[in-house]
Design a protein around this ligand. Structure first.
Ligand SMILES: Cc1cc2nc3c(=O)[nH]c(=O)nc-3n(C[C@H](O)[C@H](O)[C@H](O)COP(=O)(O)OP(=O)(O)OC[C@H]3O[C@@H](n4cnc5c(N)ncnc54)[C@H](O)[C@@H]3O)c2cc1C
Length: 397
């Protein structure tokens, strides 16, 4: 049984075991940190071992030997870039799949604002999938649903974290020609419970239910992105990544990430998608004219299929090949797992008794120089952004 073999610190929360169980006796429950973990009704287990075979925490997949290539890419439609986290490559790839009457699987906010994986069939649907949601998604029975689509011959593009792509591949066992996979450079999976607590605190403050959540709002720039929440009563909350307590706890402090993310098995070249998507952080140092602070993607093609997928959208994007080692200089999370905050465990205890913002504030690093640096950096960001936009306009003329 998978629950005997995989520890909580190795379990990635993919739900592949619950999808494969022929007896349907594996249920997925939230643990006290708010992360999904499998529970098995042992008395009904027939010891078939399938749950162990599909577990990415227990298995390794053999890495392909295709020479990976790096590209700087942006959609040639400004509106697509504005409404995407990076350069809008996901949206352009998704449009192609929908045109072929295929299905696109990624993460959306459901009616309760929880993050769940979802199958999009129509072009209107793919807009819901857009943008990074910094919360671990609920997978439910998505792997079984993908398999039945693949068996019918439908083209399916799956987007998820590197461990979710590995889990899907282990679950499917065989290679499907009609399956296209994208992962992204992944910082780590944040706790759904902490996100819920955060939203509830803001809903109480604004006396209204959250209607739209956007983790990557770009009005202060792509590099200085903000979280924007629109409430049902019309109120709007917006704070940049340095001043919002959720983004600060996730991005800067590593306070509430899943345990397995601190020893991620799917870093560096050990990934199994056709394409890896990412923000091209530091693009201004590599390709100055590309840096207009509206969002630029780094795309890594991991397979020949990935290369074909990128070629398939060549009319919709601007792209240039960039040596991978140079492209990845600004993106250490490609190679390295996060180092969790030393306060992670205390945080998860305290959050049950205290306000979310107060708890993050208590554990956030706040040495005087660091706070000062943050404020100065924020002001400089604004000036640099305006400068870059000016320079990029001159360069393009
Ligand atoms: C949790 C998380 C951590 C990330 N960490 C990094 C990082 O450290 N460095 C970096 O360069 N890039 C990181 N990214 C990727 C980056 O934010 C962009 O998503 C990526 O560059 C693609 O941008 P885009 O404009 O092409 O597409 P977007 O419009 O951003 O589309 C994003 C795609 O990711 C899917 N997705 C969104 N949230 C989730 C989720 N919670 N779980 C599974 N799938 C999801 C969406 O369904 C969509 O298909 C991360 C993304 C996420 C979700």
């Amino acid at each position: 049984m998978v629950t005997d073999k995989v520890s909580y610190s190795e379990c990635v929360g993919c739900s592949a075991c619950a999808n494969i169980c022929p007896k349907g006796i594996i249920s997925i429950k939230q643990n006290n940190e708010g992360f999904e973990v499998p529970m098995i009704n042992c008395s009904e287990c027939i010891q078939c071992g399938l749950c162990e075979k599909v577990c990415p925490g227990l298995n390794t997949i053999v890495e392909g030997d295709y020479p990976k290539k790096g590209y700087v890419v942006k959609s040639n439609e400004l509106a697509v870039r504005r409404n995407s986290s990076s350069g809008g490559v996901f949206f352009e790839l998704a449009k192609q799949i929908i045109k072929q009457e295929g299905k696109v699987v990624g993460a959306i906010f459901n009616e309760e604002n929880a993050v769940v994986h979802y199958i999009a069939t129509f072009s209107d649907d793919i807009a819901k999938l857009r943008q990074s949601k910094y919360v671990q998604s609920r997978k439910g029975k998505i792997f079984s649903e993908i398999k039945s689509e693949l068996e019918k011959g439908t083209a399916v593009m799956f987007v998820g974290t590197p461990c979710e792509v590995a889990a899907l591949k282990l679950f499917l066992v065989k290679n499907y020609e009609n399956l296209f996979t994208c992962d992204f450079i992944c910082k780590g999976a944040a706790s759904p419970k902490i996100y819920e607590v955060y939203l509830k605190e803001l809903e109480k403050k604004y006396k209204s239910k959250a209607k739209i959540v956007n983790f990557r709002e770009k009005s202060l720039g792509w590099s200085n992105y903000s979280i924007k929440i629109v409430f049902e009563n019309g109120s709007v909350y917006k704070k940049d990544r340095y001043h919002d307590w959720y983004l600060r706890g996730y991005i800067e402090e590593n306070l509430f990430l899943r345990k397995s993310c601190s020893a991620c098995k799917f870093k560096g070249n050990n990934r199994f998608s056709d394409i890896t998507l990412a923000d091209f952080w530091g693009v201004g140092k590599v390709k100055r004219k590309w840096d207009d602070d509206l969002g630029t993607s780094l795309v890594i093609t991991n397979t020949a299929k990935g290369e074909q997928m990128l070629e398939g959208i060549s009319d919709e994007i601007f792209d240039e090949q960039v040596p991978l080692d140079i492209a990845l200089k600004g993106n250490s999370t490609y190679y390295d797992s996060i180092i969790p905050s030393p306060h992670r465990d205390s945080f998860f205890v305290d959050i049950d008794h205290n306000l979310f913002s107060e708890t993050v504030k208590q554990y956030a690093y706040k040495g005087f120089p660091a706070e000062m640096k943050r404020e100065v950096r924020n002001k400089l960001h604004w000036i640099v952004r305006k400068g870059r936009i000016l320079i990029s306009k001159i360069d393009f003329q």
